[in-house]
Design a protein around this ligand. Structure first.
Ligand code: NAI
Length: 330
């Protein structure tokens, strides 16, 4: 039986995790879940929001399914998510974004894959208070990290029959840091003549995404722009409740939705488990459970087509009702 680390997170995390585990179980996939807690709740007992046991568990099992963990805003501990990605060197954040059946959106046919560098940029957490009225954050961009994420994006494009990789930067302003990211992408693109290469500035990219998203295929971005643009792309397909994600490195992979812990709806059985489920489906594909992955996806799509939907995407169902409706179709 395959052993996989399961990080339940907090906020809506436990609700959507339970839903997804139930669905995977109903599909007959045998997984021995190595359940790990992280976040604010474990600080008191273990002294850290990300105890070593969590990292060790992912290192042992190689694969994890993770739901969101709250990060205090403007103070408190460093993001567990950022730390986990850094410690496990999960350098590629992969966020495929496409329309789901019967989810009303402004545009049809959106099919964008966001490839976000996951280990550096302003997320390196190098900040200091210069004086009472000045704070400073350092943006780190390295040649090695930029080259490997560009290679990841182009390899992904080749393997998944994509036509174009578009690199997104603000290299007109951040001439050195974003300039280096862009230079690396240009260099890597030369090795992939079969894939079209395009460059765009992030502000224009956002405007173009809102006006005509179907012009984009694979987007390649440094960490911060990738974080923001992938939420924008989630908005294009119906919101954060359905946007899937994966963090992939050389040795390990952690699958998790794009969204956060949604404290505004936590504990109310209102959360949409689709983003977590779509992430889990990709995880099943990744471990070779492709038949079960497509059965679950079919059951999910049929449920949506039947009009059984959670509130965030215009339905009336609770998280439990939606989950049971998927299970009934399996
Ligand atoms: P959020 O993604 O948690 O919520 C934004 C909005 O989307 C809220 O209105 C929420 O109700 C809605 N939403 C999100 N997921 C949903 C779902 N599955 N179903 C229905 N509605 C959903 O973003 P926010 O509020 O900015 O962040 C809350 C916390 O989550 C913060 O502490 C943040 O640091 C953390 N966070 C954690 C992430 C992770 O663990 N990977 C990623 C992003 C944020």
């Amino acid at each position: 039986m395959k052993k996989i680390t399961l990080i339940k997170g907090d906020g809506i995390g436990p609700e959507i995790t339970d839903a997804v585990v139930k669905i995977i179980d109903a599909a007959g996939v045998k997984i021995d879940w190595d359940v790990q807690t992280a976040g604010a709740d474990v600080i008191e007992t273990e002294g850290s929001p990300l105890p070593d046991r969590v990292i060790e568990s992912v290192k042992r099992n190689k694969i994890a399914l993770k739901s969101p963990v709250t990060t205090p805003i403007g103070k408190g501990f460093r993001s567990v998510n950022v730390q986990l990605r850094k410690e496990l060197d999960l350098y590629a954040n992969l966020r495929p974004c496409y329309n789901l059946p019967n989810v009303k959106t402004r545009y049809d046919g959106v099919n964008i894959v966001v490839v976000r560098e996951n280990t550096e940029d302003l997320y390196a957490g190098i900040e200091r208070q210069v004086d009472e009225n000045t704070a400073e954050s350092i943006k780190i961009i390295t040649r090695s990290a930029s080259t490997r994420i560009a290679e990841f994006a182009f390899d992904y494009a080749v393997k998944n029959n994509r036509k174009e990789v578009c690199v997104v930067t603000k290299a007109n302003i951040c001439k050195l840091s974003d300039g280096l990211f862009l230079e690396c992408a240009r260099e890597v693109s030369k090795k992939y003549p079969q894939i079209k290469f395009r460059e765009i500035l992030v502000d224009n990219c956002c405007m173009q995404l809102v006006q005509n998203p179907n012009q984009f295929d694979v987007l390649l971005l440094p960490n911060l722009y990738g974080d923001i643009v992938s939420d924008l792309c989630a908005g294009l397909i119906g919101g954060l409740g359905i946007a899937q994600g994966a963090n992939i490195g050389k040795d390990y992979a952690v699958f998790e939705p794009v969204h956060g812990s949604a404290p505004d709806i936590a504990g109310q059985d209102k959360a949409n488990p689709t983003a977590m489920l779509m992430s889990a489906i990709e995880m099943l594909n990744y471990i070779g459970e492709t038949e079960a992955a497509s059965r679950i996806k079919k059951a999910l799509f049929e449920t949506l087509e039947a009009g059984v939907k959670t509130i965030d995407i215009g339905g009336k169902s609770t998280c439990s009702e939606f989950t049971n409706a998927i299970i009934a179709r399996l």
